[in-house]
Design a binder for this molecule. Structure first.
Ligand code: HEM
Length: 368
């Protein structure tokens, strides 16, 4: 559990720093949810064990303040073993994106039923998100204290507090084993952080005017990512003068890629995007306005296969995702029904294998 939790803390911090449209962020978040639920289930087992067994006594001669600090921090650690995953579960249960949790990509895990019907999902999501961030932040702080205390017992007090945490009776006396475990934990930790830092600096370094358009659809029960590497966005956006702001995006349908090779192979076909006759799909805004929550609401026409449909979505102007040159970016997402655009009506008329709902996400840099 300790290894899973440390890995989850590193993974969580890493993935939230990735670009919203990066498919890696989506994939990692799905694995994060699986591991988080696993930790929650293990925590239940652990709590049952703890209340049915007597815990080892404090080392003899430990001062009263140390006993108190140890007991309090253990209670808080146990509480966080539940609070951290439950707040994560609450967050995904109210997410307006409504992305299912499939443990190990196979076993469906429900949303919390009484939270699913909450009216203002955006506000609830950001509230639970901040709870999850605070809970995991406290967990990080407490783990550091916990590790420091265990090391103090082992290296300074030279008692058995650290060694008795180890799994087997034999291990309590095997010093080399202790050192091996410490080296292993340290090695894995350093590797995860080095990898995370490398990936993060690579992810943050995208070039000026870059745009990314992605779609997510359910294919055979799996959330499948589709990317359009060739896209062009032209935009004039002034939050203070939305009446004169505009957004146009063109996507080359033939450039489509997917992690699912079968999907990638079929999408340019006549039944899907029909890239030969319709090499581009386009979005052209007709109006932008500020809604009553202070968000930019964009309305416009999305044309796929020559079919026009009006779409409305919230566009976010984001400073936090700015790249190393300090440029702002804009992003948004909306859901379309593929049958409205006659996509796959011949080969997949039924949503069982390929869902009708397709989430489209986009992001582009704003140069001032
Ligand atoms: C002990 C278990 C868990 C730990 C230690 C953990 C840790 C973290 C951390 C450190 C973050 C980054 C927070 C930030 O800085 O914003 C994060 C984000 C996240 N966690 Fe967890 N988590 C756990 C369980 C879960 C569970 C069970 C779920 C859902 C079922 C979940 C869903 C998420 C999601 C969706 C995000 C990303 C939010 C975003 O995209 O902004 N987590 N987690």
């Amino acid at each position: 559990m300790a290894f899973l939790i440390v890995a989850m803390l590193a993974l969580g911090k890493f993935m939230v720093n990735l670009d919203q449209t990066d498919p890696l962020r989506f994939t990692l978040t799905q694995w994060h949810k699986t591991t988080g639920v696993l930790i929650l289930l293990l925590a239940v087992g652990r709590l049952v064990w703890r209340v049915t067994h007597t815990s080892p006594p404090h080392p003899t001669g430990a001062p009263a303040w140390e006993r108190l600090a140890s007991s309090v921090s253990h209670v808080v650690l146990y509480a966080l073993l539940f609070i951290a995953p439950i707040t994560g579960w609450m967050m995904v249960s109210v997410s307006p994106l409504n992305i299912d949790t499939l443990l190990f990509n196979v076993v469906p895990w429900p949303h919390i039923p009484w939270l699913e019907n909450i009216a203002d999902k955006h506000t609830a999501e950001s509230l639970y998100k901040s709870w999850h961030e605070i809970a995991t932040g406290v967990l990080i702080a407490l783990l550091l204290v916990h590790i420091a205390a265990a090391l103090k017992h082992h290296l300074i007090d030279k008692d058995t507090v650290l060694t008795r945490m180890l799994p087997s009776r034999e291990a309590r006396t095997a010093k080399t084993f202790v050192h091996l475990i410490l080296a292993l934990v340290l090695g894995v930790g350093v590797t995860v952080f080095a990898y995370a830092t490398l990936q993060y600096s690579a992810a943050a370094n995208f070039s000026a005017g870059n745009s990314a358009v992605q779609a997510t659809a359910m294919v055979s029960g799996d959330e499948t990512q589709i990317s359009f590497p060739e896209s062009t966005v032209t935009a004039t956006i002034n939050p203070d003068d939305l009446a004169n702001s505009a957004l146009n995006a063109t996507v080359h349908t033939g450039s489509v890629t997917s992690e699912n090779a079968q999907v990638q192979g079929s999408l340019p076909d006549a039944d899907w995007f029909n890239s030969e006759s319709h090499p581009t799909a386009m979005f052209e805004s007709s109006s932008m306005e500020m809604d009553d929550q202070g968000q930019i609401l964009v309305r416009g026409t999305l044309t796929i296969k020559g079919i026009d449909q009006v779409q409305t979505f919230v566009m976010r102007i984001d400073d936090t995702q700015s790249n190393s040159t300090g440029k702002k970016s804009a992003s948004g997402e909306f859901t379309v029904d593929r049958t409205d655009y006659q996509l796959g009506l011949e080969s997949q008329p039924d949503p069982t294998w390929v869902g009708n709902e397709v989430i489209i996400r986009f992001e582009f840099e704003l140069t001032e």
